[in-house]
Every structure is written in structure tokens, then in C-alpha cells.
Design a protein around this ligand. Structure first.
Ligand code: FEO
Length: 402
């Protein structure tokens, strides 16, 4: 493990994280480009480590730290977020380094206790707005509850003008490049949006609150350092603005059709609906669920103003992949959508009712009667499907114009 070395970020701070090139499933989220678990070593009178890495990557992190300073020289560990991709090796590291203090928010202390069953005095809780001296520099903590967990906080290092934002402003992207300006902007946008849609969407009101809080604090941030993906140094204003906009979930003139199909009947309906939407000038994306992953659907929903869902009936229910995606989407709580439902059936046809129930629970108003087609759509059925697309398109334009 000697081959891993730290990367110098500033005179005082080193990146000592890990690159996970192979991860593709992050609790149900397809991480097509892998990920990083970022940890940062601050060299001051109190040598401080900000966050750790996922447990299987501990040797990589230790090697990077050891390339700068012996592990046992760590005085402080700051745990900004208790989820195990950032704390998995915390107990082992505490055993090795025997730090003077481990800091976390009060909720973080509780969460770490329930993960690792530490003795009561292992973690020192810090309050919102509290600062600690590291020597020449001072670290200030700002609680960011529910972004991403109740324990979450961000830490601001004054001497370097660095904010360590744990999951905030991150993305799943494995790379040897450490900074935003070293990576293609389109890749950054895709992965940042996917991360927001899949991790932060349910907490959008808290994101709006955080953006207000950050703006009021008026911190001078030269480096914004999330725990996943690149450090923002060139486009900090851009990623802050994107988060602010994504959290508002404004209606857009785009429609998303998701469906699954057994013998293509529901697929034919999806294509006809798409044609109707397009004829109204609505940019429409069709995602057949045998090839689209739920986490890509979540990203597409974030960009859409209308969600149309198609499912055939199988054994008296909606299709399993449709249920999977709707269950996932319901948890993400998308806002400001309108919807419609369609599907084929053989003899009973419960799927459309099942899907309607999900959309109702998600508070997505249906702007057209559901379309149920027996076996294979006739020309007349396809005409009705196209008309459904037109109806949804007109409703979307009306909503958008308000
Ligand atoms: Fe990267 Fe919520 O953990």
C-alpha cells in the first residue's frame, strides 16, 4: 500500500481519500463512473483529519496519510457525517491513531454511538456555529441536518478558506483529477445532477434553507471540498446556484415517459403518447424500464414537468420493475409534476389502478383519464394514446405559463 500518496491541496491541507473505480451500486443508485471517498489531512499544531473513507479502503487512506505524517500524529478527527462511506474505518483509525479528540455534531455523536458502540467520552459534540482552534487556523462547524442525515454538518477552515461539505455539492465520480476545472463540464453537470436527484431531492426544502444560511454567513470560500467527487475551485458559484435551482424543482417544459412491457403493447402506447407530446412541442424522453436504471429515471424526473407511467398487468398487479421505480421515486418526493397512466392487459387490468395510487400518493395530479388497452392496441387505441400525449402537452404548457 506504499504506492498511495497524499495530494497537496494547500500549504496546510492534503487530500488523503480513496478512489473506488469499481463501485456501481451505491445503496440502489447506479454509480456508472465509480466514486471517491474524500478525506482531508490538515497540518497545524493540532494535526486534524476531516472524515475517513469506506472501510475496504482504509489501507489506501492510511498510506496516503503516512506519506505526509505518521498516523499516530493525528490529534483530532472531525466526522462531518456518520454514514459508513465516511466513517467505516473510524473505529480502527481511533485505535491506531489514539487521537486526543473526535468531533461530531450532537446528532453525529448519537449516530456514531449506534454504529460503533463507542464509549460515551470518545466523541466530543460540537454545536452549530462553534469553532475550535487547530493552532494557526480555526475550524468552524455549521449543522446541516438532513443534508444528508440528521448528523450532517459542514466545517470551515478559515486560514485556507476551505469548506468541507461532506455529501454536499458532491457527486459519484472516480478520477485521478482532484478539481472541477480538470474534468469535462458536461460530466460534472450529469453526475452532480444525478447525485442531487438520488440523494438530496427528498430534502429539497432543507437545501433551500442551507443556501440561505450560507449566503447569510457570507463565508469566503475558495475551495469547496465534498466527500465525493472533485473539489470545487473554479465554479463554486455555479454548483451553489445549481443546487439552489434543483431544490426549487421548478416546472420545465419536458415530459418523461417510463414504462415496462411484456409483448410490446404498452411500448406501442408509449411511442404514440410520445408522438402526441412532441406534436405539442414538448421535449419528451422515453425510458423503457428493461434498460433504464431507477437512478437514471430519478435524474430524468428532476428535469421534467410531466411524468407518464405505463405498465402491463401481470398476475393482477403492475409489472415488478414499474413497482420498483415508483417505490424509489415515491421516497424521493419529486414536486411540481403532472401525470398520466397507461397500460395493456389481458383479462383483469389492475396495473393502471396500482400506478394511479402511487401517483396519487406522490401528489402528482392526473391530467388525462388513464388509458387501458386489452391485449394489443388497435389503430383507434393508438390514436387515443396520441391524444393523451397532446392533452398532457397542453396541460404542461398551461402550467408552465403560470
Ligand atoms: Fe456519502 Fe450520506 O454519505
Amino acid at each position: 500500500m506504499k504506492s498511495f500518496t497524499a495530494e497537496k491541496i494547500t500549504e496546510k491541507v492534503y487530500w488523503v481519500g480513496a478512489i473506488d473505480w469499481g463501485v456501481r451500486d451505491f445503496h440502489g443508485y447506479l454509480t456508472s463512473r465509480g466514486s471517491t471517498y474524500n478525506a482531508f489531512l490538515i497540518i497545524d499544531e493540532k494535526v486534524t483529519l476531516v472524515d475517513t473513507v469506506k472501510k475496504p479502503f482504509m489501507k489506501e487512506m492510511l498510506a496516503r496519510i503516512s506519506s505526509v505524517i505518521p498516523i499516530e500524529k493525528i490529534d483530532y478527527i472531525i466526522s462531518n457525517h456518520s454514514e459508513m462511506d465516511h466513517t467505516g474505518c473510524l473505529p480502527d483509525l481511533i485505535d491506531l491513531a489514539k487521537p486526543e479528540k473526535v468531533f461530531a455534531s450532537s446528532m453525529g455523536k448519537k449516530a456514531l454511538g449506534r454504529h460503533f458502540y463507542f464509549d460515551e467520552d470518545v466523541v466530543t459534540p460540537v454545536k452549530n456555529g462553534e469553532s475550535i482552534s487547530l493552532g494557526e487556523s480555526t475550524m468552524t462547524f455549521v449543522e446541516t441536518r438532513m443534508l444528508h442525515w440528521p448528523d450532517s454538518m459542514v466545517s470551515y477552515l478559515d486560514s485556507e478558506k476551505m469548506m468541507f461539505s461532506q455529501d454536499g455539492f458532491g457527486m459519484h465520480l472516480a478520477s485521478t483529477e482532484r478539481y472541477d476545472d480538470q474534468l469535462p463540464p458536461q460530466v460534472l453537470l450529469e453526475e452532480a445532477e444525478k447525485y442531487f436527484a438520488n440523494i438530496l431531492l427528498p430534502f429539497s426544502p432543507m437545501v433551500t434553507g442551507l443556501m440561505k444560511k450560507l449566503s447569510e454567513l457570507n463565508l469566503d470560500i475558495k475551495l469547496l471540498c465534498p466527500d465525493h467527487g472533485p473539489i470545487w475551485r473554479s465554479d463554486i458559484a455555479g454548483i451553489l446556484k445549481r443546487w439552489e435551482n434543483w431544490a426549487l424543482q421548478k416546472t420545465s417544459l419536458k415530459a418523461l415517459i417510463i414504462y415496462d412491457t411484456m409483448w410490446k403493447s404498452t411500448g406501442y402506447l408509449a411511442e404514440a403518447i410520445c408522438d402526441g407530446l412532441a406534436s405539442e412541442g414538448i421535449s419528451t424522453r422515453v425510458m423503457p424500464l428493461d434498460s433504464a436504471h431507477r437512478s437514471d429515471v430519478a435524474t430524468a424526473v428532476l428535469e421534467s414537468g410531466a411524468l407518464l407511467v405505463g405498465s402491463p398487468t401481470i398476475n393482477g398487479q403492475m409489472f415488478p420493475r414499474v413497482a420498483d421505480v415508483l417505490t424509489y421515486m415515491k421516497g424521493l418526493k419529486p414536486k411540481n409534476l403532472i401525470g398520466a397512466v397507461f397500460g395493456s392487459y389481458g383479462w383483469s387490468g389492475e396495473a393502471t389502478k396500482d400506478v394511479e395510487k402511487y401517483l396519487e400518493d406522490m401528489k402528482i395530479p392526473l391530467v388525462a383519464p388513464s388509458l387501458k388497452v386489452n391485449y394489443v392496441p388497435s389503430d383507434d387505441d393508438l390514436k387515443k394514446a396520441r391524444e393523451m400525449g397532446i392533452t398532457v402537452g397542453i396541460a404542461l404548457k398551461e402550467k408552465y405559463s403560470k
